[in-house]
Design a protein around this ligand. Sequence first.
Ligand SMILES: [Zn+2]
Length: 180
Amino acid sequence: MPRRARPATRRPSRRLGAGAALLAGVLAGVPGAPSARSAPSGEVPVGVWPLDPVPAVVARFDPPTTPYGAGHRGVDLAGRPGQPVRTALAGRVSHASVLAGRGVVVVDHGATRTTYEPVAAAVTRGDAVAAGDRIGYLEAAPSHCAPAACLHWGWIEGETYLDPLLLVGAGPVRLLPPTG
Ligand SMILES: [Zn+2]
């Protein structure tokens, strides 16, 4: 996996473009290049929002046109530091650690996986979770919304990024500015 040579790279910019792409590659768990589309190959499961109450969506899914290109491999949900984060679907925790200064939790649902960051994990790898179970707490930073807090929520099938809003039937969403 030659692409994960420098996981601790710090970027002063609050745009986490290249770092996010690198992290995305790590999360995908594959040495090759992740791609993206909106919907899974199979049926869309019915999930729950990772934050309660239903959060504002401050940045929507914007899949890159090239494997390491710019884009947004998930959605950003407005939250507050310390807010409980819940798994959208039942599954098993496949990853719970700190990557590049951000706490990351990944839940494996079989055909797909969901990712949550920055999150201080309240679960460990191997834990079985039901939809809506608390998996950790939203961290203040660094996030895509810094200095405001938000949850970056991803959904992956194999190496392909999907739009997690499909899990909650959100459809088109109204975007709010990422401020406090
Ligand atoms: Zn994001």
